[in-house]
Design a protein around this ligand. Structure first.
Ligand code: ARG
Length: 579
């Protein structure tokens, strides 16, 4: 809790200087407590043991004694196993809540503006958009929202796989099927079978394979008719991808499409600049570069192929071109790539080459925001019942229909258009939240029962807490804004717990943004909702009796609802008023 640390700093500084430790040595150690039971902020003394030649336990005890009750009105101070622990006092918490009430940003500050590019979603044309692309889309979108809220300028870039040798066979297959027929298949999202059919012909029919190779040459040579056919593939696939995006409610639009094809013109420049930097070598007709530090299985230096012997370019080459474009045309400071962990080595090598060649310098940062796989409940990669790649659109439709069934059971009063809308919000929210609430580098298990449950760490649980508060206000019947100057009193432990979690919200948003890890925000929102559940159980709100307690508790309800709403909005999840 940042604010508590700030308020406790002067007294702490005094005690520390009394034992002979400079601020520079301890300031960075003072942070949010990791064990909530111990306190809200903690100062671990283990790193000071050497300097003072005393045990961390002794140091923590002495510091805590020296601070004594000088933090009255702010925090209680104690020491446990070498940590000085600070627990916010109820009156301090009330004061913080009072100052958050009129703040529309709920304590979240803006940062000095940087320009980011977030590369996310990136499905491949004429290929099924798989659950990995779903993860990239959902996580990337949350990161964009958080960065924008913190005041940064963000370019969203959808690096669609729309170029390369497979397009020869895809175009030939399109011609074999007939344009109209092919467009229909692609537009409804039958991408997987389209790709597989093309591939099967490519490996089994010599004549088709030959045609496909010639087609690649025509495509790369800019042949007009070939480009027209290529456009059909791209447009029809994008039509399907856009349906998935609109179902998901993500920010991506057609303006964000920056597929591999867009970097074609820059590819010769990549070769030229690597050449000038003295980084290119010729090997069996190809141009390659050796980033250094990478070995193949035989223990030989591992090259990055920049231009193949046939004159074609590689995935890495377009990513290098992409860096030049993002740095020089878009003027980006930070480049984020929300792509699965299997591409880790690819990005490490690309970043390394780009730095060596001077495409980026120390002002720029490039980060592979990697994520784990999506597994089924048996721990295998998620597939459809027939063992095929899952069609994302079908998956999202299923989420909505499962949510509809859940609402019918919970709240039969919701009917018609409202029920449809709420089911969409709950179903899609559940899928997104399940993904976001898992630490992104870990694999995540796709489990319908769990993600749609109204209990536990799920979107419906958070949405339900929010809807419950809306109904309290509905009953109350007055203007919520009139609460903005309410006096707070955190008397019961349940009020204090809720208040401390509400006060901690803004620091968690910051941490989550800086770590590009929405999962931390999810965990905190869940902590808020569960503190609200115990508060609501023990602390009557509208029937609390005296007016000031009613207002104080209503203010806690109001802030809870606003934090849940804003927090979920930053994750790209909507909240219904009732459900
Ligand atoms: N289309 C690629 C895939 O499906 C992901 C592209 C990620 N972005 C990038 N700049 N390489 O694996």
């Amino acid at each position: 809790m940042r604010e508590l640390i700030e308020d406790a700093r002067p007294a702490t500084a005094k005690a520390m200087s009394q034992i002979g430790i400079d601020e520079a040595e301890w300031a960075h150690l003072f942070r949010r407590a990791t064990v909530e039971d111990h306190g809200d902020a903690a100062l671990p003394c283990h790193a000071l043991a050497r300097t003072l030649n005393r045990s961390p336990y002794e140091i923590a005890d002495e510091v805590s004694n020296l601070i004594g009750d000088s933090l009255e009105g702010i925090a209680d101070v104690s020491s446990i196993s070498g940590f000085v622990n600070f627990r916010a006092q109820p009156s301090w918490l009330s004061g913080r809540i009072e100052s958050l009430m009129p703040d529309s940003r709920l304590g979240i500050g803006s940062e000095e503006r940087r320009t980011y590019v977030v590369d996310y979603s990136a499905p491949n044309v004429a290929k099924e958009m798989h659950v990995g692309h779903l993860r990239s889309t959902v996580i990337g979108d949350a990161i964009v929202r958080m960065l924008e809220y913190k005041g940064h300028f963000v370019h969203r870039e959808n690096h669609v796989g729309d170029w390369g040798t497979p397009f020869g066979m895809l175009i030939e297959h399109l011609l074999d099927l007939g344009e109209g027929e092919a467009a229909k298949d692609l537009g409804v999202g039958d991408l997987d079978s389209f790709y597989k059919q093309a591939r099967a012909k490519f490996v089994s029919e010599v004549e088709f394979a030959d045609r496909s190779r010639q087609r690649v040459v025509l495509l790369q040579g800019g042949d007009e008719e070939t480009l027209r056919l290529w456009h059909i593939l791209v447009e029809e696939s994008m039509r399907y991808f856009n349906e998935v995006y609109s179902m998901l409610g993500v920010l991506l639009t057609d303006d964000d499409i920056m597929g591999e094809s867009r970097y074609q013109a820059l590819l010769p420049l990549v070769v030229e600049r690597l050449g000038v930097a003295g980084m290119l070598e010729h090997s069996e007709g190809a141009d390659v570069t050796y980033p250094g530090g990478w070995m193949n299985r035989e223990g030989e230096p591992f090259p990055m192929i920049i231009r193949k012997a046939d004159g074609g370019y590689n995935y890495s080459t377009s990513d290098l071109a992409c860096i030049i474009d993002r740095v020089e045309r878009l003027g980006c400071d930070s480049l984020l790539y929300v792509v699965g962990t299997p591409q880790k080595q690819h990005f490490q090598m690309v970043f390394q080459v780009a730095e060596q060649a001077g495409f980026m310098d120390e002002r720029h940062s490039a980060v592979h925001v990697n994520f784990g796989s999506v597994l089924d409940t048996d721990g295998k990669v998620l597939k459809s019942r027939e063992g095929e790649v899952i069609k994302l659109f079908d998956l999202l439709m299923e989420a909505v229909s499962r949510a509809t069934a859940a609402i019918e059971e919970k709240n039969p009063d919701l009917q018609g258009e409202e029920r449809e809308r709420v089911a969409r919000i709950i179903g899609i929210g559940a899928v997104k939240y399940a993904d976001l609430s898992t630490e992104r580098t870990k694999d995540y298990v796709f489990d319908w029962e769990r993600m749609l449950s109204f209990d536990g760490d799920t979107a419906p649980y958070l949405q339900y807490a929010h809807a419950r508060i809306c109904s309290i206000f509905h009953k109350w019947g007055h203007d919520r804004e009139s609460l903005s100057d309410s006096e707070l009193e955190c008397a019961l432990p349940e009020e204090c717990l809720l208040a401390r979690r509400l006060v901690g919200f803004s620091s968690v948003v910051d941490e989550s943004t800086h770590a590009y890890n929405p999962h931390r925000l999810c965990a905190h929102l869940h902590a808020i909702a569960s503190a609200f559940a115990s508060f609501y159980e023990t602390c009557p709100v509208l029937s609390a009796g005296d007016e000031s307690t009613v207002r104080s508790r209503l203010a806690l309800c109001d802030l809870t609802a606003r934090e849940l709403e804003l927090g979920l909005e930053l994750l790209g999840i909507e909240v219904p008023q009732r459900m």
